[in-house]
Design a binder for this molecule. Sequence first.
Ligand code: NAI
Length: 273
Amino acid sequence: MANNLLQGKRGIIFGALDEKSIAWKTALKCHEQGAQLVLTNAPVALRMGEINKLAEAVNAPVIPADVTNMDDLKNLFEQAQAHFGGKIDFVLHSIGMSLNVRKGKHYTEINYEWNQKSLDISAMSLHRVLRTAWDMDAISEWGSVVALSYIAAQRVFPDYNEMADAKALLESVARSFGYHYGVRNKVRVNTISQSPTRTTAGSGVKGFDGFIDYAEKMSPLGNASADDCANYCAFMFSDMSRYITMQNLFHDGGFSFVGVSEAVVKTIEEGQQ
Ligand code: NAI
């Protein structure tokens, strides 16, 4: 449904790896709503070449940037502003990576060097992005920055491992930087806490199939899809959400406020018979 919600707006989308990526779907929605885009991902991810399909579909340049490298980020924001001929109106941070999960380390036995790297890529990278934009005054007034989070920031999901800590830190950075950027430039910073979704990053979590089925049964509306998350992002980038900032916004079909559902009780009772 195209209704030009983002007509005249210009945004940077981090993290489109393949067609399943939430960032990929968000880029398509933003384009459909009239936005102009710049796409970016880590050089290693770009080597897969998939992103070129998306770049063509949304008519956007691809600028490589490792989100832990300040020189890459500075170059990205400079090139994006040159491409647009002005400031940036919105940014999607759709990035997550856990070295300890990838290497099969249990939460109680994490390697701290890998942990530093995971926190840097998945959480402090939001600070790095905001700081780069802040130093260059690259985001327009009422601009909107969204990062993607998960409810393991608030509640324990044992197999989510160190990513739970990363998401808690990510949400805190959104709040803290959101305060300063709001005061100085009326720039908004929020996190969207999304249902489990079948993507490359999502499927890396141990026991993901059980995880996603459980969430589906617990949520009155069922799990929110990547497409619906993309719609929510587009809304958050639009002027329809101007006074929303420093929030962690649950986009999860109601999961976060359910204690237990009848469907889950029924499954447990059936298992006991
Ligand atoms: P994805 O695997 O498609 O996206 C993750 C992206 O992070 C990839 O494009 C990857 O190249 C990028 N990335 C990793 N290291 C990077 C670096 N050093 N510099 C720049 N980019 C880097 O998976 P998905 O699910 O679309 O993930 C997007 C966001 O959504 C992540 O923050 C994830 O934690 C979050 N999320 C995902 C959920 C799920 O179940 N899939 C649920 C809730 C939140």
